[in-house]
Design a protein around this ligand. Sequence first.
Ligand SMILES: [Zn+2]
Length: 257
Amino acid sequence: MAPPIAAFGLLLLLERLRPLRRRTEPSRPRFLQNLALAAAGTVVNLALNELLVVPVARRAVERRRGLLQRSSLPHRVETALGIAWLDYTLYLWHLLTHRASWFWRMHAIHHADRDLDVSTGLGFHPVELALSIVARAGFVAAAGVSPRAFDLWQSAILTSSLFHHANLRLPPSLERLLALVVVTPRLHGIHHSEVEAHRRANLSSGLSWWDWAHGTLRCDVPQEKLTIGLPDARRSGKARFVRLLALPFSGRSPRAG
Ligand SMILES: [Zn+2]
């Protein structure tokens, strides 16, 4: 997990030097709120991955179960395909969290952040994370993803989440080049817009190819015109952590977004 930790420190520094969007809220309370969500999420991640996903991946390799394990592909190709499969299924999961109202209740906590920065990349409801890990165990079993591919993907997706949520102004030519392969801060900024039509775009989390393939890619909204957050569920940076966790179950969550 060294790459995500190093990325977090580096992006925090770069955000101060080259901010992309103007902040609308004091950053400290939001930052602490996202770190508290990250702490709860880390416990869920560690526990469920060790208890569920890793044993499923080990069994797939030992018993040669799943498409990748039954193939005779070179080891590196099998690992690369396993990583791409996990990334694609995360796109599908993300789509589901926006289309199904019950899942949106959880995911809306992440979208209700009124600013977007590296800390937002860690701010997910722990129940959403738990459900996504249970689904992932099924995806790992179906394709026969190895524990190594799963480990590499986890590290890559966390680093990617920190990067594309960062409030970081990259040179436009560099960002255009990066966006051909991975999700960038400008692309993901559009996904965090208050406007529902924008939120339905740019659902990829690692490789940007899934949005290209499904016609959900949008690059046409300038960052200056974006209002980040949700119109009907503004998450105050002052909201208590327990209240935040209870929000999806309070009956006041927004409709599917
Ligand atoms: Zn989303």
